[in-house]
Design a protein around this ligand. Structure first.
Ligand code: 5RP
Length: 228
């Protein structure tokens, strides 16, 4: 199975956790894409009755196109379950997210969810976080100053650019600065530090946030429940 097939298997398996009447948070990324396709199929073919909130414009457009009922996150009381991807998951089920520049909305939705499932292929499982550059989202005003703060702290920052060399804009019109760290030995300390920097709107350390991890494997997807 190639990586895409593993992502697809994990995505499809995760939809088993969505029950009739739920309010569901839909994550962002190529693994989530398969989950949303399967959810759309079940809504259409099986009459599964759910309402959903999104973590990105991309996912919103896909879901609306599939006929999934979508609501603004402010319009729902509780989010029963959010299913999202991840860029890295370590031994303690801490994660890095934001490879798709959606981590600000993803974190808001995750923090307001009763349950969070991450769907990944095996390549995302690591011993220690940090090989994947840690995304931050920064407001454009003074962003060079924010960059300088991160650089002085030795966090090896780099503005994220697209294929045309333009600065990437998030759905909230902010910039992304990735931190090339190689190893995050103390994720909570780093998260607290990044939380304290004016100009950093959010970072991609998702700590103590996931309940279930579904990993696409060569045979059946592996489901690890109750990780916290
Ligand atoms: C987007 C994310 C994604 O969930 C993460 O990048 C994983 O994406 P993919 O499933 O495409 O590998 O955090 O901001």
């Amino acid at each position: 199975m190639d990586q895409n097939e593993l992502k697809k298997a994990a995505g499809i398996r995760s939809v088993d956790f969505i029950k009739d009447g739920m309010t569901v948070g839909l994550g962002t990324g190529s693994t989530v894409y398969f989950m949303v396709e399967e959810l759309g199929r079940r809504v259409k073919e099986e009459g599964l009755n759910v309402q959903c909130v999104t973590t990105s414009d991309r996912t919103w457009d896909q879901a609306v196109g599939l006929g999934i009922k979508m609501l603004d996150v402010n319009a729902v009381n509780d989010i029963d379950l959010t299913i999202d991807g991840a860029d890295e998951i370590d031994d303690n089920y801490q994660g890095i997210k934001g490879g798709g520049a959606a981590h600000l909305k993803e974190k808001i939705v995750a923090l307001n969810s009763k349950q969070v499932i991450w769907i990944v292929d095996q390549s995302k499982i690591v011993n220690t976080l940090g090989k994947f550059p840690l995304p931050t989202e920064v407001i454009p005003f003074g962003s060079q100053k924010t960059f300088d703060v991160l650089e002085r702290e030795g966090l090896n920052p780099k503005f994220r650019k697209d294929d045309n060399g333009e600065l990437v804009r998030t759905d909230s019109n902010n910039f992304v600065i990735d931190l090339y760290l190689e190893k995050v030995e103390h994720p909570h300390l780093l998260a607290n530090y990044l939380d304290s920097i004016t100009g950093v709107v959010e970072h991609g350390l998702f700590l103590d946030m996931v309940n279930t991890v579904i990993i696409g494997n060569e045979d059946a997807p592996k489901v690890i429940e109750n990780v916290r």
